[in-house]
Design a protein around this ligand. Sequence first.
Ligand code: RAT
Ligand code: ZN
Length: 416
Amino acid sequence: MLLRNRDDIKNAVYKAVEEVKITDVHTHLYPPSFGDMLLWGIDELLNYHYLVAETMRWTNMDYEEFWNMSKKQQANLIWDRLFIQHSPYSEACRGVLTVLNKLGLNVSSRNLDDYRKFFSSISVEQYTDKVFETANIKAVVMTNDPFNEIERNKWIEELNNDNRFKGALRLDILLNSWPQACEQMRKWGYSVEENLDGPTFEEIKRFLKEWLDRMHAVYMAASLPYDFIMPENSYRAKIIENCVLPVAVDKNKPFAMMIGVNRQVNPALKDAGDAVCKADINSVIYLCAKYPHNKFMVTMLSRENQHELTVAARKFRNLMPFGCWWFLNNPSLVDEITRMRCELLGVSFIPQHSDARVLDQLIYKWAHSRRVIADVLVDKYDDLSKSGWEIDDIEINRDVNSLLNENFWGFIDMKL
Ligand code: RAT
Ligand code: ZN
């Protein structure tokens, strides 16, 4: 159907964006069969580290005192400071309310115990189905750490029985803490040496291949600091060039780099203690240029890196920018970044991932992102229409499906 005016375009774009089944390319979720590793429910939602950081601005209690409280007490404090004593319009606060609202709970009651009752009346399996349905999600990619003993055992026991949860082999320990990784790998029977001699590279490659297979991982990934530099005479750079990239080509898997964290500027805040700093785009360019047969998914944390990352993607088809990560996942920044990416890359990028740590967050993160992405697209199709180009709802559906689902799977399958 041809769409002749802005209202028709808006309706068609909103419908397409609401109805598309999303592939969420980066989360910290696990299938219910992984037990306690999957976080869900109101107390977990309130204990999200984004909200812990905001709460600590309204109290002078010792950090230790906070961490010694039970999860329920922590949630009570967070609720009181951020929702009762002040208006909860920050993005992370509003998110909690969007979740409650979409679940049909009475947001205006402000009664935490009523919300708790709802969550204790439903099983995690039922709730997982409900969340996937409400958020309209096809699949989520997890973050799977082979150096975490608890998680490692889940994989060895082959516990992932839910096809909606896709594996991603996370390499932070291997790349950012090699001496620690080396010690652990030796205990597991790999003959590795801290000085990274020749046989060690072969053993690391064996380890990577085994874990890619065991996790049925769709990519390998690492979160990298703002001072990540390539090339460089460091453990990390050597392992990337001699192990990760050759294995990635061999197995046809992308390497996802999440760059720009300034880790633990306030360690007392634990997960909430990380900050951001501008990173070096030339390291990304070096990798894309030197390794044209490797595929790189890249997201950068600082706002200042967004333009140069988008320009780099115009130069290298093996570079897929994805998501508005962490401190960028706010409507004003998602709007700005998505607009710029549309203008420079057309339809060839992955606009968003949720980074959900708590299952329920899929509901709000995607409701909020869908809305912003749709508004950007309405403007883009409206501009096109003004040039005399005919806008067709079938083509809108095609593009929206590319952005929020198919671009990822196409990139995973592509062989370079
Ligand atoms: O967004 C977050 O929750 C961060 O703490 C990190 O998990 C980050 O997304 C990462 O994957 O390292
Ligand atoms: Zn993450």
